[in-house]
Design a protein around this ligand. Structure first.
Ligand code: ARG
Length: 414
């Protein structure tokens, strides 16, 4: 017997190549708990409007609990050719409890089910990313406090600009991450709007109490338009964009440390536990951790961009194109989690070489301070800037540091 949910109008088998392409179970099995939670709440709602009896509801909920345990224990057995998590859970429920299982899906479609599952999943799992970002920020802050006295050159255009504290530099990355953290807390209200009860597209004709359903599933609102609800993946796009932004921040941090760890700079030494060697050149110690962060961090935007292209020009309501939302969401989630963790480890264990940092400072980096000295003496800034520039030129000409020019020489500068 075919375990397809839609076998009724079909007389021949699905082509195996299509079956393979069509299946999302290898990805959406990660949402088994959310799928079960949604189904249990839906069973409760069906009982309230007397579409199923109390004992049928009990059977359904107990069956679903058993399925949940099977998944938890990694004992759930999926069948070849099963389409997705919704299909496989329903098939198993029927095996376990028989007929009542066949009543659960009334008024519901996989179209409102899948988007409910995904919102539930993301709501829960964003906490992992939130903690990972927090941990990285904490790591940076702890280092900054401990190494507050390390001074180094600050760069613009990768040219020595002004002396700065290492802590000032480190914290600049933490502040970008703090913005990401705040956006994570504030930008995800769309996740809190429940689509369940939208049916395939036309809504639920049985008058189920959606507000109560939302409350049971811990959503604060319900979607107002069923056609929009089943096609809406804006919350995924938001997530992908947010993740891309974090990825870009991490890639910039990584790039800095790749440069700073080169022999030419040697401001930092990446710990052995976060570097690798070369199979050919025995002396090499490569900052692979940082290069992976830089590459993967950039790649996250590829996911975002590609999913936006899937959304573009889709006709209204549900289309199977949308199934690629799972790959985009899970891949992005996993990659971002892992580069956040590796960034934290790399930043935590690297060594800052304060001597190297200090010796990279040069006196002409104080030219701005020469100008500010004159400003404090009442010279207008543009004039002061010009004079300080002349001081640098004079020192360069005499092949000395600006601090080695005599008072007389300095006074003669116009
Ligand atoms: N696996 C599908 C997805 O992820 C679930 C929705 C299927 N709906 C449908 N009408 N075929 O998008």
């Amino acid at each position: 017997e075919s375990h397809k949910l839609w076998g009724g109008r079909f007389s021949s088998e699905t082509n195996p190549k299509l079956e393979k392409l069509n299946s999302s179970l290898h990805l959406d099995r990660r949402m088994y708990a959310e799928d079960i939670e949604g189904s249990k709440a839906y069973a409760v709602a069906l009982e309230e409007i007397h579409l199923i009896s109390n004992s049928e509801k009990e059977d359904i909920c107990q069956g679903l609990d058993r399925i949940r345990i099977e998944w938890d224990k990694n004992e759930f057995i999926t069948k070849n050719g099963e389409e997705d998590i919704h299909t496989t859970n329903e098939r198993r429920l029927k095996e376990l409890i028989g007929e009542p299982a066949t009543k659960l899906h009334v008024g519901r479609s996989r179209n409102d089910q899948v988007v409910t599952d995904m919102k539930l999943w993301l709501k829960t799992n964003l906490a992992t990313l939130k903690n990972a970002i927090r941990l990285l920020i904490d790591t940076i802050v702890t280092r900054s406090l401990k190494e507050i006295d390390v001074i180094m050159p600050g760069y613009t255009h990768l040219q020595r600009a002004q002396p700065i504290r290492w802590a000032h530099y480190l914290l600049s990355h933490a502040w970008s991450l703090k913005n990401d953290y705040d956006r994570l807390l504030n930008n995800f209200q769309l996740l809190d709007v429940m689509p369940l009860g939208s049916g395939a597209l036309a809504g639920n004709p049985f008058n189920i109490d959606r507000l109560k359903l939302a409350e049971n599933l811990h959503f604060s609102q319900i979607t107002p338009n069923s056609m929009q609800a089943v096609s809406d993946r804006d919350f995924i796009a938001d997530f992908l964009f947010w993740a891309s932004m974090v990825g870009i921040h991490l890639s910039r941090l990584a790039e800095d440390f790749i440069i700073f760890s080169s022999k030419e700079f040697e401001f930092v030494t990446i710990d052995e536990s976060f570097s690798t060697g070369s199979s050919l050149m025995p002396q090499k110690r490569n900052p692979d951790s940082l290069e992976l962060i830089r590459g993967i961090g950039g790649g996250l935007f590829g996911q975002c961009c590609s999913f936006m292209m899937v959304l573009k020009s889709l006709p209204s309501t549900y289309n199977k194109d949308l199934q690629s939302d799972k790959e985009a969401m899970f891949t992005t989630f996993d990659k971002l989690t892992s580069i956040l963790e590796v960034t934290t480890g790399t930043v935590k264990t690297l060594k800052v070489n304060s001597e190297k940092c200090r010796s990279a400072l040069s006196y002409e980096m104080l030219a701005t301070d020469v100008a500010y000295y004159l400003v404090r003496k009442g010279v207008p800034f543009r004039t002061a800037h010009h004079i300080a520039g002349r001081v640098v030129a004079e020192a360069e000409e005499k092949n000395v540091n600006i601090c080695d020019l005599t008072l007389e020489e300095l006074r003669s500068i116009r």
